[in-house]
Design a protein. Structure first.
Length: 332
């Protein structure tokens, strides 16, 4: 009888092991199929409205105040079709029919964390996947916060016309989007997270055209607009953690000024030292621009040098005056 009991429990244990192994096998197969299908979906380079649909719950931190006049303006602007412009890691951009504006839709697929039930094995056994999931949430909070900051604190410097982050209901009319293949999509802006921004041209191509046309004064004016932009942001305590200002085309030109095209890494620093910040801008982030100008257009580089010296000297003198006033006030 003891032998029979041992045999029974042995068979029961073996059966449990078999069931467990089969269960794991099924989960792995389903995971691989899902991964393969996701890969195929990513392989199609066409635009899909489903990728920009916001599925996040309402977050008060992302709420942006909008009055009736602003809503009306957006609805007027979006009655024209918007054509595919380009795509980055975090957003895809469409240009308005009149060429004046760009609407950027955040790519929700990039910003959404994968639920545990959707990727159980990855969560359990892949540490890199878990780290990436936490970074996704951090990245989403960073770009949403910076977009709100740009709209509320420096709309002129960013060219932001409107920002919409949380889902809403029945505020906006449908917008017609034309993708890179010419296919038309009708999208409800209420269900997306988007930015409307003035259209800008990149720095190097703009300067190249002006210099080839012999419009040196126009090129100098554009350089001044870059310096004015960075100085204005520094005075407002705004900094950008993206070192590659020029290489990543983070800034550009509208008709009459320079603006910040990509505000994804912008933060606010109320204690920012303006003189040190501008010195950093010239020595680090604007250095590739200066080297390019010095190689391509030496005469323009001389103007750059002069303006850099004037700006930093003025800031140094201004700081000295402020310190003198502070000491005088303290002595009274």
């Amino acid at each position: 009888m003891v032998h029979s009991m041992r045999r029974f429990f042995s068979l029961k244990a073996i059966l449990a092991i078999v069931v467990t192994v089969l269960s794991v096998f099924v989960v792995v197969k389903v995971h691989r199929i899902d991964k393969h299908l996701s890969s195929l979906a990513r392989g199609t380079k066409g635009f899909s409205p489903s990728n920009i649909m916001c599925e996040f719950p309402h977050n008060p931190a992302w709420e942006v105040a909008a009055n009736d006049d602003q809503i009306t303006l957006v609805n007027m602007m979006t009655q024209q079709p918007f054509r595919w412009l380009n795509k980055g890691y975090q957003a895809c951009a469409f240009e308005s029919g009149d060429g004046e504006y760009v609407i950027k839709f955040f790519n929700q697929q990039r910003l959404r964390e994968k639920p545990f039930l959707e990727k159980p094995l990855e969560y359990l056994f892949n540490e890199k996947f878990r780290v990436k999931a936490s970074l996704t949430q951090k990245h989403r909070e960073e770009i949403f916060s910076s977009s709100k900051l740009a709209y509320e604190v420096f709309p002129e410097e960013s060219g932001f016309v409107f920002v919409h982050l949380n889902r809403t209901e029945d505020l906006f009319r449908g917008i017609k989007l034309i993708d890179m293949k010419g296919q038309v999509h009708k999208v409800r802006p209420d269900a997306t997270s988007f930015i409307i921004q003035k259209k800008a041209t990149y720095v190097l191509p703009t300067l190249t055209v002006l210099m080839k046309e012999g419009n040196v004064e126009g090129a100098k004016k554009r350089l001044d607009q870059i310096f004015d932009l960075l100085l204005s942001l520094a005075k407002k305590g705004v900094t950008d953690s993206d070192y590659a200002l020029i290489r990543n085309n983070n800034i550009g030109f509208t008709k009459d000024r320079a603006i910040y095209i990509d505000t994804g890494h912008i933060t606010k620093n109320p204690n920012l030292d303006i003189r040190k910040q501008m010195d950093y801008e010239f020595k680090r982030r604007l250095k590739p621009l200066y080297e390019w100008i010095r190689f391509s257009y030496p005469d323009l580089a001389q103007y750059y040098d002069m303006r850099r010296h004037d700006i930093l000297t003025h800031l140094t003198d201004h700081l000295a005056d402020e310190e003198t006033k502070t000491l005088a006030t303290a002595a009274k």
